[in-house]
Each structure stands twice: as structure tokens, then as C-alpha cells.
Write a protein that binds this ligand. Structure first.
Ligand code: GN1
Ligand code: MG
Length: 369
């Protein structure tokens, strides 16, 4: 741990690091909450968040920082020009500067570290607590998309090629499957069948993009429930964190990811995969929260693909977990060898539940429009 203290010291301007502990439950990077004995500079925090970027996943971490800084700067200017109402607090992360003046610090072993502000007086949850929480999460994503809606997507770099391009995940899956030699449990067979039956449809969003019906915008890339910070006093959404995957994409990836994450009441880490289902009542609360902001920029075609987006992102995440399981857990962090298989089953069960409720979901999507 003292090593972590030493890394944290690279980002302090005053004060001494008195604590640094693992924080959150990210699947890729390592995250620590750092505590100082005095407040830091003008920003006045006593805490900050230190992260070691997984450079096996993010091959060009300096470009991740570039996208973060561009989007943060843009959001900040928009909020200064038009602050949200007096009853709304909306916070944007700060990137802390290292002693050498950079936006990150490279350790002697080549490790890539960066630090961002900690949002005080707020917390996040791994599952949705109630309908107010659901509506606020939708609002937060709508707010984020609105704030970036006038940033030309080409100002952002593609930091993670193929991210959320389902046909590319399918291609990778086929390659990995061709080399998979084990007999395969009933669960593995269920997953293989599940993917096989949906591989033709899985091009739906990319086809719509190729045909010009959907187009690239700046997206968050990972707006799952625990990346939305809620004010501990008012219960309202105050920020969206984890800006690593901000890059050009389809807003549908974000909408689908937010809904697949929030409408699964058991959470994505549940062991009870057979009981997983998509809660349409939560979906009915999240979408109006999102649309209260996003209605201003969504097109008719955008609405037409909402249902596919939630079905697809649940399927895609299941496919990503399953491929990683077959490949020997090289991408997502795992706590046991079949962890990614269990995660895949959860997402496939969720996708199946979405399919079984297609009529209800499509109807509620057109009702809230
Ligand atoms: C990963 O590391 P984390 O938890 O922020 C993943 C997301 C998945 C998510 C599932 C870069 O995010 O795409 O939706 O796990 N991030 C990357 O929990 O692959
Ligand atoms: Mg993330």
C-alpha cells in the first residue's frame, strides 16, 4: 500500500496522503480513494480518486486523457454559459495535475496513473433503489448527452477501436471459439446457442449507421447505474463519472447500456442468473428522465432504434463476457475462473427477458415519446 501512497503523492499540491484504499468495483482499471490530511489547493477537496489505467485495454491512455480533457472543458463552458436551474447541482470531474505538470504520471515500471476529483456529498449504487432514482439516472444521461450535443464528434479520438461495434465482437467470438477445445458445460452450450441464434440480427445498429439512419455523436460509453453519482442529501443525480470511454459513438450504445444496467434489479454480478429479468416499470421511469433533456436533439430514426439498442447492448455485453471466459479471462478482471461465464449468463437472461417483453417495451417507448 505504501507504493500507492507514493503514487498518490505525485498528484498532491499540499497536504500529506493519510489513506489510499481500493475504491469501487471497476472491471478494467484499478481505482483508489485517496485521503489527505489537509484540503487541496483552491478546489478544497480532502479526497481524490487515483487510477491506474489498464494499458492492455486502453493501448493509448494519453488519448483517453485527451478525450477526457476535451469533453470536460466543453461541458464546463456550457455549464458556465447556461447553468442548470437553482435547484440543481451538476458537477464535472477535474483532472488533477501531476508534479511534472502533466495530466498523468508514468511509474518507473511503465504503469500509467491519473487522478481526478472526488465528488463530495454524493454516492452511487450498484442497483436502482426506487423510481425517483431511476428517473434521475435517466436525467443524468440526458444531461450528459445534451452538454456534449454541440461538440463535433471528430474532436474526440477513437480510443478503443471496435468498442460497442457488435459485429466485431462476433467476429472475435468466432475466432476464439475456433480455438476452444474444452467439452463445455450445459451453461457454455446454452451461451453458444444463445449467440448463434442472434448473430444475424446483431448488425442492426451498425447497419443503420452505414445506411445513414443513425450517426456518430460524443458518447459516454459506460453509463451504467454505478457511474451516476447521486446527491446524498437530495437524492438527485449530480454527475456522471468514469469518462474513460467518452468518444464518438451512437447514443444508442449509451441508452441501451443505461437501460440494461438499471432495469436488472438483481444487478450484473448476481449469482441468481436464472431469476434475472428486465423491469419494464423501471424502464418507464428512466426514459422520461432521459427524454426530458434528450427530446431536444433526438431524431425520428433515433426513436426507431431504441428497442434494438437495449436488446443489443445486453446481448453484446453477454457476448463480451462469454468470449473472455472462453479465451481464459484476458480482458475483464475476475475473482474466480468462471466469473465471466456467470456474468455472461446474467446478460443473456436479461436479453431474453427483453425479447419476451418486446411488445410492452416498444409500446412504453412510443408512449413516453
Ligand atoms: C467495464 O471497468 P468498468 O466497470 O468501468 C467495461 C464496460 C462494461 C462494464 C460492465 C472499457 O467497465 O464496457 O459495460 O465493464 N469497460 C470497458 O460492468 O470495456
Ligand atoms: Mg468504465
Amino acid at each position: 500500500m505504501s507504493d500507492i501512497f507514493a503514487v498518490a503523492e505525485q498528484f498532491t499540491r499540499q497536504g500529506r496522503v493519510i489513506d489510499a484504499r481500493e475504491f469501487g468495483n471497476g472491471n478494467i482499471n484499478s481505482t483508489f480513494l485517496v485521503t489527505l490530511d489537509t484540503k487541496m489547493g483552491t478546489e478544497g477537496e480532502r479526497h481524490f480518486v487515483l487510477q491506474r489505467i489498464n494499458t492492455r485495454v486502453f493501448r493509448r491512455p494519453e488519448l483517453v486523457m485527451h478525450n477526457m480533457l476535451i469533453s470536460i472543458g466543453h461541458i464546463r463552458r456550457r455549464l458556465e454559459a447556461a447553468p442548470p436551474g437553482p435547484d440543481r447541482r451538476w458537477e464535472v470531474l477535474h483532472v488533477l495535475t501531476a508534479h511534472d505538470g502533466g495530466d498523468h504520471w508514468i511509474g518507473p515500471d511503465g504503469s500509467f496513473w491519473r487522478a481526478v476529483s472526488f465528488i463530495e456529498g454524493a454516492q452511487s449504487f450498484d442497483t436502482i433503489r426506487d423510481f425517483d432514482h431511476a428517473r434521475e439516472v435517466g436525467y443524468a444521461l440526458g444531461m450528459f448527452h445534451t452538454l456534449l450535443s454541440d461538440l463535433p464528434p471528430e474532436t474526440l479520438t477513437d480510443t478503443l477501436e471496435g468498442f460497442h461495434i457488435t459485429p466485431l465482437y462476433l467476429r472475435r467470438y468466432d475466432e476464439v471459439l475456433a480455438k476452444y477445445a474444452a467439452a463445455g458445460s450445459p451453461e457454455v452450450k446454452y451461451c453458444m446457442q444463445f449467440v448463434g441464434k442472434r448473430s444475424d440480427w446483431a448488425h442492426v445498429l451498425e447497419d443503420a449507421r452505414a445506411e445513414g439512419r443513425l450517426y456518430l455523436r460524443p458518447i459516454h460509453g459506460d453509463p451504467k447505474v454505478n457511474n451516476i453519482m447521486m446527491d446524498t442529501a437530495t437524492g438527485r443525480a449530480v454527475s456522471i463519472v468514469d469518462l474513460d470511454t467518452v468518444k464518438p459513438g451512437l447514443v444508442h450504445y449509451d441508452i441501451g447500456d443505461c437501460l440494461r444496467s438499471c432495469c436488472n434489479r438483481l444487478g450484473e454480478e448476481t449469482e441468481a442468473w436464472e431469476a434475472v429479468c428486465f423491469d419494464t416499470d423501471l424502464c418507464r421511469a428512466i426514459l422520461p428522465g432521459y427524454l426530458s433533456m434528450a427530446r431536444a436533439f433526438l431524431t425520428g430514426n433515433d426513436y426507431a432504434y431504441l428497442y434494438d439498442s437495449v436488446r443489443l447492448i445486453a446481448f453484446e455485453l453477454g457476448l463480451r463476457f462469454f468470449t473472455d471466459y472462453l479465451e481464459g479471462n484476458v480482458y475483464f478482471k475476475v475473482r474466480r475462473p468462471d466469473h465471466n461465464l456467470a456474468r455472461a449468463l446474467v446478460q443473456f437472461k436479461l436479453a431474453e427477458s427483453i425479447e419476451l417483453q418486446e411488445r410492452t417495451i416498444r409500446n412504453l417507448m412510443s408512449d413516453v415519446r
